[in-house]
Design a protein around this ligand. Structure first.
Ligand code: SAM
Length: 201
């Protein structure tokens, strides 16, 4: 069955354009069929962007879809360097078009299954994770994320309470030794875990 995390979607194209405004920043984004939240920006993604502290350095958007989280951060923090990855080729293609369309100079995107095609270390990793793929897919991503953070770097996730936010907190606590719920709204929790010194997973 085809879903939003299919690697190479075959569904007929249905390119749409949506506008997104947050914190006085504006994006025009292409979306398409077989890509997550194609008709409007997901509420969880919006809350995640809104609740993040000021960021700098290298940022990774893991599971970027058409790019809304990473591209918002690239525009909000022009001195940062943002890498966006997704397993879904169509999502990455849209993100690349959205980088061009919004004339963003400090972002790049490529296909990656989890961290398999990710190089280097990041100050921040952000994700609206593919909860529907199941814990056996997303928990290994949480475990690997610590290996891609600089010491002092943080992972930020948005997860709905009814989709397992509490157990995600426990999982992150076991990996990082810390997990704070930094914001809650409308059933969505924003989680923050920070890599202490030279921990690895
Ligand atoms: C909940 S969606 C969020 C999309 C986008 N960040 C947004 O906020 O609209 C999760 C994304 O993770 C991607 N994904 C699923 N499994 C993945 C994997 N193993 N590696 C990378 N990305 C994956 C999906 O294709 C999807 O785009």
């Amino acid at each position: 069955m085809e879903h939003y995390y299919t690697q190479n979607p075959q569904s007929p194209r249905d390119i749409k354009s949506i506008s997104f405004k947050i914190k006085d920043m504006f994006l025009e984004l292409y979306t398409d069929s077989s890509v997550f939240s194609k008709t409007k920006v997901d509420y969880g993604s919006e809350i995640l962007i809104k609740s993040l502290p000021e960021l700098s350095g290298n940022i990774l958007d893991l599971g970027c879809g058409y790019g809304v989280i990473g591209l918002s951060l690239a525009k909000l923090y022009p001195e940062s360097q943002v890498t966006l990855v997704d397993i879904n080729q169509r999502a990455v293609e849209l993100t690349l078009r959205n980088i061009e369309r919004n004339q963003i100079k400090n972002a790049n995107a490529h296909v990656s299954n989890g961290f398999q095609q990710v190089d280097g270390l990041f100050n921040t990793i952000v994700s609206n994770p593919p909860i529907r793929a199941g814990k056996n897919i997303i928990y290994p991503l949480f475990e690997q994320s610590i290996n891609y953070l600089h010491p002092g770097g943080s992972l930020y996730l948005v997860i709905q309470k009814r989709q397992g936010a509490k157990s995600a907190v426990a999982k992150l606590q076991s990996i990082f030794g810390n997990c704070r719920v930094i914001y809650k709204q409308g059933g969505y929790w924003i989680l923050e875990s920070t890599k202490i010194s030279a921990q690895s997973g």
